[in-house]
Design a protein around this ligand. Sequence first.
Ligand code: HEM
Length: 430
Amino acid sequence: MLDALPPGPRFTLPQKIAYARDPIGFIARCRDRFGPTFTMRNMIGTVVMTTDPEAAREILSAPRQTYGVSTVKLLSPLLGKNSLILTEGSQHLKGRKQLMPHFNGAALATHRARICRIAAEEAEAVRHCQVQMQDVMQSVSLRIIVETIFGATEPERAHALITAVKGRIAASNPLLVFMPALRQSAFGFSPWDRFRAASRRLEKLLLSEIIHHRTACCDGGSFLAGLVTDSTMNDREICDQLGTLLLAGHDTTASATSWAFDWLQREPALLGTIKDSLHDSGDGEEALMGNALLEEVCLETLRLSPVIPDIVRYLKEPLRLGGKTLPAGINIGICTTLIQRDPTLFDDPLIFRPARWRGKPADPHTFLPFGGGSRKCIGAAFALQEMQLILGTFLSRLTIKAQKPEAVSPTAVRNHFTMGPKGGVPVLTA
Ligand code: HEM
């Protein structure tokens, strides 16, 4: 027998607007008013949202077939219908099996030198400047993902790919994504026309890269070179997965690394300790990977300032949750951010304290910046490695000083598809 949905706010439009503007603040207010699990409505429909770690554990350990994806219609123009993010059941499992080997430990190690080289070049380019670290990190992470996926080291090829990805992101107005009624053509001049033109440009380049990798002898270290030789995906499927990795794999890391700089610029003593440790150990890739302070900073940044505030699953079957049965056909969400700020799980949860991770591995049930269960972020280890190498390379080469040193609590704002630090982290470099 099905139970009634938990209570939540009544009026649909105000909650959609409040959630779109400030998802974490909105969910925190609902939790305070209705309890840890409540029903809300946002752009994807009805969501039973929880901030309760036990409920999160139940949701993430339910069998794979319990869940589907409710955002196919909304997101397929952006990601392609074969995208890992939009497939479900056996097709999703097959996709993960084909992509996973390219994210294992041995594969990750092959990308380290490339990440450090790009980070070093970008760090030198902003020496003695006033910059916004968010812009710098966007540029570093886009170069890294393009070179990692395509092995595109030739400046012209890399430039064409980067321009096409940027063009596609600039044309991806969130209103177009979440309000399909706005997808109207107007003689090539409407936002929807511009989005489609930018998508076509990127897709054409991706397909030509796939053909190039199938026919020519390409850099064996690139992700695409591995995919065309090892997987059974056709060109269309590979194209959708590449588009997904390009999008999911750079805006996220750019925002996460910007958050790390945002926190560090408020902690000059910690910044000094990290710089001393880098001075002692050197800035070689293995030394950076072995630097425990850098790793702790990355974990603490992702705990306190997750770039994706919550994760959602669509119920294909009824689900028992906290002693109640929720019906199929709705979404359930976990507010990973509020779990990571839960005072029963973390002492002084709102304080940035990287040392809390010293000698303590992250618990996958309470540390959830990459989600969890069968849809956990496929690039999690890649992203952590990338954050650590970028931070280490920048801090070993540059002195970074806050332009606005006042110790206010940082605020999250939507930045493309992720939550980034408000103001973009303006700093002075030397
Ligand atoms: C700090 C950086 C990153 C963060 C915080 C992040 C976070 C996330 C989160 C929260 C999810 C949803 C998980 C869930 O629903 O349980 C996700 C999914 C995904 N991420 Fe990431 N991500 C990051 C970097 C990356 C990178 C570098 C890549 C690839 C190169 C990537 C590729 C993906 C893909 C393909 C999925 C979909 C997985 C699936 O549905 O099976 N992400 N990510």
